[in-house]
Design a protein around this ligand. Structure first.
Ligand SMILES: C[S@@+](CC[C@H](N)C(=O)[O-])C[C@H]1O[C@@H](n2cnc3c(N)ncnc32)[C@H](O)[C@@H]1O
Length: 263
């Protein structure tokens, strides 16, 4: 008896959490899924895009691995051997701190086809939530996405900050508990004392919050941590806007136009 060919695994970016911040392609693939293997932090509302599928939490928290990576790889391979359309749903963009390559390597070794559907990464969602661009003409010419964490350990020697550019917008992932140490490292790297920092927790969720500080205050006070995921945006591009006074044009007695501030 001929065994059936394996199904295809779709690595789908779930975006930052809101059920309507997925791409149309992601929604189409989810609608056809037989099985969805998803990270721990997915909401029910997101999973509703795959009503006909079996939903399996593969239990990875944002800041740690509750399920060993090898077990997740195995589950993906087993799912593809039993189902035609397998979705591996990952938070944000699968290619940003998503351990995507380990899973792709495992599928390649097992001869299972795969495809990636990109998603909105937390940096983009956080910038949008706080009302900023990540790059800004004349202010920030680059975006640097970085984490001070490596694997399960933490790199305490500041190696992670090598090459970070004070003229860029630096976005720190998985850094909430290390925020104070990160700020000290960046100051030690030559970042200006009052470089703005915006901490966005749970971007796009109902529980979203936005907190503004600067590197000196963050180095002194640290960040209050709760269960919500947080990204830190650091740089001049995220400086709080000063409201521009509204103005109106009036005609002077000599009929010349004059701009008058309303304040
Ligand atoms: C393992 S990484 C995964 C990143 C994901 N692949 C992405 O593109 O956003 C988890 C980290 O992403 C960030 N994160 C994820 N969702 C977030 C959200 N809704 N708001 C703020 N930060 C978030 C946090 O820094 C969290 O510790």
């Amino acid at each position: 008896m001929m065994s059936r060919p394996p199904g295809k695994v779709w690595f789908v970016g779930a975006g930052p959490g809101a059920a309507d911040l997925l791409t149309v392609r992601a929604i189409r693939v989810l609608a056809q899924a037989d099985i969805v293997l998803h990270d721990a932090l997915m909401t029910e509302a997101l999973l509703e895009w795959a009503p006909g599928a079996t939903h399996v939490a593969v239990g990875k928290r944002c800041e740690g691995a509750a399920m060993p990576q090898a077990t997740i790889d195995r589950a993906l391979i087993d799912a593809a051997r039993r189902n035609a359309v397998v979705v591996r749903l990952k938070g944000g963009d699968p290619g940003v701190f998503g351990r995507l390559d380990e899973e792709i390597d495992a599928l390649d070794a097992a001869g299972i086809p795969w495809e990636i559907v990109p998603g909105i990464t937390s940096a983009s969602a956080a910038a949008a939530a706080a009302g900023h661009s990540l790059t800004r003409r004349g202010v920030a010419r680059a975006v640097q996405i970085v984490t001070p964490r490596i694997g399960r350990g933490e790199q305490g020697d500041g190696q992670w900050a090598r090459g970070l550019d004070p003229a860029a917008t630096v976005v720190l992932y998985m850094a909430g508990r290390m925020a104070q140490a990160c700020a000290r490292t960046l100051l030690g790297q030559g970042f200006a004392a009052h470089t703005p920092v915006v901490a966005v927790r749970a971007a796009s969720w109902l529980q979203q919050s936005i907190e503004r500080t600067d590197l000196t205050r963050l180095a002194r006070d640290g960040l209050t941590i709760d269960e919500r995921p947080v990204v830190l945006m650091v740089g001049e591009a995220v400086r709080e806007r000063t409201p521009v006074p509204s103005s109106r044009v009036v005609l002077g007695s000599d009929c010349r136009a004059e701009v008058v501030s309303s304040h």
